[in-house]
Design a protein around this ligand. Structure first.
Ligand SMILES: [Zn+2]
Length: 163
């Protein structure tokens, strides 16, 4: 188990892994998960689930990550050693607001979960990795960022009203 915050007060996140993965997990995520949560809260409101833990699944786990309230399942393939795949964690954290907190009414609208989550992921990534306010080119390549799609307009208006 790796606590991802140096402060006991802020230790709302832990990483769970087999003993052979603990050091790699600590190197990959020490201190960053709380930062992602804090930026998510700044952008989208309180994180309502209390804890946010990550559980490393066996290598046969067929997905990069699977969000669940309080506990995200991830593949050990994310342990790249250089934090280059940390965007998967940002994505799963983004599901705390879009998918877990607010979700689609039917499977036909499932794209809303992933669409809003990708938007949130890129907003958090931009805030953490490009704090000077210059969006990375990838950020604005999403169809939701064209500002012409009605869903993008509604989402942008919602975020503008909340900031
Ligand atoms: Zn997703």
């Amino acid at each position: 188990m790796v606590k991802t915050s140096s402060s006991a007060r802020l230790a709302r996140s832990r990483v769970w892994a087999e003993p052979c993965l603990i050091e790699a997990a600590k190197k990959e995520y020490d201190g960053v998960i709380e930062e992602f949560l804090a930026v998510g809260e700044k952008l989208f409101g309180p994180y309502v689930w209390g804890r946010y833990d990550i559980l490393f699944m066996p290598p046969s786990f067929p997905f990069g990550g699977m969000e669940n309230p309080c506990l995200t399942f991830v593949t050990p393939c994310l342990l790249a050693g250089d934090r280059s795949l940390v965007d998967v964690i940002i994505h799963e954290i983004s599901h705390s607001w879009f998918g877990n907190l607010v979700t689609n009414a039917s499977w036909g609208e499932f794209w809303l979960n992933e669409g809003f989550t990708m938007y949130a992921q890129r907003r958090i990534s931009t805030e953490v990795y490009a704090p000077w306010g210059e969006p990375t080119p990838e950020v604005w390549s999403s169809p939701l960022d064209t500002q012409s799609h009605p869903a993008a307009q509604a989402l942008l208006a919602l975020f503008a009203a909340s900031s």
